[in-house]
Design a binder for this molecule. Structure first.
Ligand code: TGC
Ligand code: FAD
Length: 386
């Protein structure tokens, strides 16, 4: 019988095209050689490894699914696999790429003028310009329709006032895509870091995503020229960016779970208690089998979602179910792997605690689990219960 891969029991990899596999291999090698050796220390010291941006750009990871403007033009499954491999390293690194690619480059590509695309996309693909995406506000992120940040017209310009909270990449960004109310509906503004009246602050003391920069953004009568406004009106602008980023997360969290399972299989085979390896007990095998089941169902959901994406048939409700399912599966795998390591499981020397803590953010951002459950419920019933 063929030997099964413990972290790919249903041979999902064998269903990939040659180019998808090659892309996965090159990101996997990057993660093995350049991320995993340093990432625990970065996590411990709340350090975003900015020095890796250049290599990620060279590998074509930034804005990888966009066409033209220096972007790699890969398909959705490849983007998913990139997220999976990055998050096998750390969710913070995948977050960086999600935000740069899906939340910043995607809206410029989809809703920007030709001048905006030419100005921003090539340097963003090269990793020379960093973006952030400001939607969430301090008073409640789940309901962005209720945002307070407001832009009013003044001649040819706009005057922006308000604040955003929990913004990935905020304090290191050269450009912030800021969503604000206007008298004509919600609009997206490209706020450049040196615009007068714009400032950021670092969110410190996070116990999760410690390798990622998280910030508050503050706008005090910031003048934004008309040429920095995106050509989309309404909540569908930011929500369509979120669909792209959530798609990547559906794949990314699988990588975190795989890292935990691989490590705990090794550990339980070598740890000997009561005269036999931990892995030789029924309850431990059942727990490992459960982890494998959760990873496998997540992989199959992600692959089908990817094939729908690549044939232009993917619906946001499908993304909601996969974001909810796969993140829940991954956090359960990480927490159980942590427990199976016993005392060693609370040490950063082993990966599960870092992944479990990171996944506490992932289950909350890009729409909380409840928001995605209610999105599926609304699609099933036609009734909004938010
Ligand atoms: P609703 O009435 O459902 O929709 C308003 C308009 O938007 C359209 N729409 C979408 N368009 C594209 N893609 C989607 N996924 C869409 N979902 C909805 C919809 O058709 C409608 O268009 P129109 O033309 O009819 O006006 O809006 P609602 O106010 O009822 O809200 C629905 C709800 C609760 C699902 C939505 O507000 C929501 O998703 N809330 C969660 C917010 C969220 O996810 N925030 C994430 C912030 S960014 C972030 O966390 C980044 S972390 C990055 C990292 O580090 O990786
Ligand atoms: P709230 O919306 O206040 O929700 C609180 C609780 O209420 C949750 O459990 C929620 O599920 C529940 N709830 C909400 N509505 C209902 C309901 N109708 N019925 C039942 N329960 C409900 N945002 C950005 O814009 N850009 C970013 O780059 C970004 N990066 C982030 C990075 C990190 C590390 C974190 C933690 C968050 C980030 N966010 C970002 C913000 C994130 O999207 C929000 O935290 C998230 O959308 C939830 O909003 P909230 O924190 O205000 O919680």
């Amino acid at each position: 019988a063929a030997e099964l891969d413990p972290v790919d029991l249903y041979a999902v990899r064998s269903m990939l095209s040659e180019s998808e596999r090659l892309m996965q291999n090159s990101v996997a090698a990057f993660v093995d050689h350049q991320v995993i050796p340093i990432i625990a220390e970065c996590f411990e010291h709340e350090h975003f490894p900015r020095e890796l941006i250049g290599t990620m750009a060279e590998l074509g990871l930034l804005g990888c699914s966009l066409r033209g403007y220096g972007c790699a033009g890969l398909n959705g499954v490849s983007y998913g696999l990139i997220c999976q491999e990055l998050e096998r390293g750390d969710s913070g690194l995948r977050s960086f790429v999600s935000v740069q690619s899906s939340l910043c480059m995607y809206p410029i590509h989809a809703f920007g003028s030709e001048a905006q695309r030419k100005r921003w996309l090539p340097p963003m693909a090269r990793g020379e310009v960093i973006g952030c995406f400001g939607l969430t506000e301090p008073h409640g992120g789940s309901d962005p329709a209720n945002m307070k940040t407001y832009a009013r017209r003044q001649g040819q310009d706009w005057i922006l006032n308000g604040s955003k909270m929990w913004i990935t990449n905020g304090a290191i960004a050269d450009v912030a895509i800021v969503w604000a109310r206007t008298d004509g509906g919600i609009r997206g503004f490209l706020v450049e870091k040196d615009f007068k009246g714009f400032r950021t602050s670092l969110v410190k003391h996070k116990m999760s995503l410690r390798t990622s920069v998280t910030s508050g953004l503050f706008f005090d009568n910031v003048i934004v020229p008309e040429e920095n406004v995106l050509g989309v009106v309404g909540l569908k602008g930011p929500l369509s960016c979120l669909t792209q980023a959530r798609f990547g997360i559906c794949w990314g969290v699988i990588g975190a779970a795989q890292a935990c399972l691989a490590q705990v299989i090794d550990y339980s085979k070598t740890r000997s208690l009561f005269g036999k390896p931990l892995a030789a007990t029924q309850s431990v095998q059942i727990r490992l089998a459960e982890m494998s089941r959760k990873i496998t169902t997540s992989q199959l959901l992600a692959l089908q979602l990817g094939r729908l994406y690549d044939s232009d048939r993917m619906e946001p409700t499908q993304v909601s179910m996969a974001k909810w399912h796969n993140t829940r599966a991954a956090i359960e795998v990480a927490r159980d792997a942590r427990d199976l390591l016993g005392g060693a499981g609370v040490s950063i020397e082993y990966v599960p605690i870092r992944h479990a803590l990171n996944l506490e953010s992932v289950i909350t951002y890009e729409g909380t689990e409840t928001i995605h459950q209610l999105t599926v419920g609304r699609a099933l019933t036609g009734l909004s219960a938010f």
